[in-house]
Design a protein around this ligand. Structure first.
Ligand code: BGC
Length: 599
């Protein structure tokens, strides 16, 4: 998998929205129908926030179109002081004296009525960084209201209301046997995968965690039925039967087999070529949905974690940035990630009231920059809206899957500064808006709701390997007055670079799986089974040690000095690693030793 980020300078994706036609359709049964054309009624509201640290600031502006749909916009305002705005993300900014004008980007010009977009920029100032108060959008003052539409030709006609038939239902509406819960993790007994459990228990000290629940990865078509000779021992049905035998009421599966999978890395490239969308539907999603729909499994809350890394790769790695790849550009162009995910959401959710979909939302070191944050939420919403059932097919999102980002940084908070300089300016954070996964997941949940998801969605955080305990864990904030020294000595995430993702040296097991641990969070869960490799540290030829023909990604090679996506840093990967998914005993032992909370 690829776990990496793009810095503040990059803005993706370049999806141009079709212009929304300003047409309102009146339903039958209304007593008054207005026909004719009316001039667009403009209206807007603006929320401006700035994160200031004495000399510089990051501004974030939410713009809501409270008027008729628009296809382009220009936001204008004046500063009271000497603020100098830099270039913006989410739009093109020009400043003349105190006057600032931001014109939409290609992808966010069209705003339906009620739609919101976000722009931001970094700036400098001295004295007081007073917020601007008066904004205009397309020349109209933003006060949350709309101006009256100017009718050009209006014809009014009185229509008799349609009489609703009052027919008593003869049959009770069909009830689904199980209720679809807001947070399926609460009160559930989670399935423990016996295959993983046996490997964990066989390691010294492993029995301390061997009864923890972990997710089952359906990472190929063969994983569904586990035929003899496939290398899989337990089919999807067998896992669900095992769950029944355990009296478990919740089981977690990772749906991970998109066409052209893992387009920005090589260790987990999939079996389906970029255009094999039909096979994805018929040979992968349909059989999974059919098994999950079996009434035999109604008592199990089936949690599907949908397609790791795919949409985030379209946000950051499919354009012209140095970290982008042709494979991701191809997947953006052919649309098969979005098509596949919309199909998976529809089919899996329709399998029963007991199925739950959580979409992968990368992690703070990937989407935590404003340039990636809002565009990602928008892409996720656009994708879900294409599912049958739309955003209602989505129960939530998961962050940090198979990654190592610390859950909470106790000594490096986003508002921490050193000698008046924000930690955001450190090399480690590189202007990120978040220092850890919990603050990112909670904020991203809000962004997703703004983008159109239901307000009761919940986040999952994969805490399988983000513990960062052991003797090297800082116990207090550093006293250094040098910004980078302070951050590097205070942070508990001890990776060389936050873009490093493969078999990280020094990592430990994280929070044990737990339901509803924090506001907005449905669960901490172990999705990446601890001890399973992220990728081989050197090329393993196809054969007994690499039956699936997995690729070699140099981010898993400890001698690799990196690329644009990890700041050209050492990979931080452990040596002697087997291919992705294979048991990596040395890594498991390190995870046990560095567990936090300690075992
Ligand atoms: C691999 C999968 C494996 C999963 C869980 C991924 O990186 O590509 O094959 O099942 O990790 O270990």
């Amino acid at each position: 998998m690829n776990r990496f980020k793009q810095g503040v300078k990059h803005l993706r994706p370049q999806r141009v929205l079709a212009a929304t036609a300003a047409v309102a359709v009146a339903g039958a049964g209304m007593s008054l129908v207005s026909m004719g054309t009316a001039a667009a009624a403009p209206g807007c509201s603006v929320a401006y926030t700035a994160n200031s640290w004495g000399s510089g600031f990051t501004a974030s502006i939410d713009i809501t179109n409270s008027g008729d749909p628009i296809t382009s916009w220009a936001l204008e305002f004046d500063y009271a002081g000497n603020q100098a705005a830099g270039s913006a993300w989410g739009g093109t900014l020009t400043q003349t004296g105190k006057h600032v004008k931001i014109v939409n980007a290609a992808w966010n010009g069209s705003l339906a009525s009620g739609a919101k977009t976000n722009v931001g920029f970094n700036g400098t100032y001295s004295g007081t960084n007073t917020k601007p108060t008066d904004f205009t959008l397309n020349g109209v003052a933003c006060n949350g209201g709309t101006t009256n539409p100017t009718p050009t030709t209006t014809v009014s006609a009185t229509v008799e209301p349609t009489v609703e038939p009052t027919v008593e239902p003869t049959v009770e509406p069909t009830q689904q046997p199980g209720e679809h819960l807001d947070n399926p993790f609460v009160g559930a007994k989670w399935y423990v995968n016996p295959d993983w459990s046996a490997k964990a228990a066989a390691e010294p000290g492993g029995s301390a965690v061997a009864n923890q629940p972990t997710a089952v990865w359906l990472d190929t078509i063969a994983a569904i039925n586990a035929p003899a000779g496939s290398g899989y021992t337990t089919s999807l049905r067998k896992h669900l039967d095992n769950a029944l035998a355990q009296n478990a009421t919740l089981a977690q599966f990772v749906i991970y087999n998109l066409p052209g999978r893992d387009c920005a890395a090589l260790a987990s490239n999939g079996e389906l070529g970029p255009t094999e969308i039909d096979r994805y539907k018929s040979d992968y999603i349909d059989p999974i949905a059919a098994i999950q729909a079996d009434p035999k499994y109604k008592s199990i809350r089936i949690v599907n974690i949908v397609e790791i890394d795919s949409l985030p790769n379209l946000v950051t790695n499919a354009g012209s940035s140095a970290g982008s790849t042709q494979a991701c550009r191809d997947m953006l162009a052919n649309g098969n990630y979005g098509t596949g995910i919309a199909y998976a959401l529809s089919k899996l959710r329709a399998a029963g009231s007991n199925t739950y979909n959580y979409i992968d939302a990368a992690h703070h070191g990937w989407l935590g920059w404003d340039s990636n944050f809002a565009p990602a939420a928008k892409l996720f919403a656009d994708t879900a809206k294409k599912a049958t059932g739309g955003v209602n097919t989505v129960d939530g999102f998961i962050t940090n899957t198979a990654n190592y980002s610390a859950l909470s940084e106790p000594f490096v908070k986003i508002n921490t500064s050193v000698n008046g300089t924000s930690v955001r300016q450190s090399k480690w954070l590189d202007w990120n808006q978040y220092t850890d996964e919990l603050t990112f997941a909670q904020a991203f949940r809000n962004q997703l709701v703004s983008a159109g998801f239901n307000s009761n969605i919940g986040m999952l955080i994969d805490t399988s390997r983000n513990g960062w305990g052991g003797s090297a864990r800082p116990t207090a904030a550093s006293t250094s007055t040098d910004l980078n020294t302070f951050v590097d000595a205070s942070r508990i995430d001890r990776r060389i670079h936050a873009g490093n993702w493969c078999n990280q040296s020094g990592a430990g097991l994280g929070e044990r799986p737990k339901a509803a641990p924090a506001s907005g969070i449905d669960a901490y869960t172990w999705v990446k089974p601890p001890g399973e490799s992220d990728g081989s540290s050197s090329l393993v030829p196809t054969g007994p040690n690499n039956p699936g023909g997995k690729g070699f990604d140099r981010m898993c090679d400890p001698t690799y000095t990196g690329n644009d996506r990890n700041g050209n840093s050492l990979s931080g990967a452990l040596p002697n690693a087997p291919v992705s998914g294979a048991w990596f005993s040395a890594q498991f032992r390190q995870l046990l030793a560095n567990a936090w909370p300690a075992l």
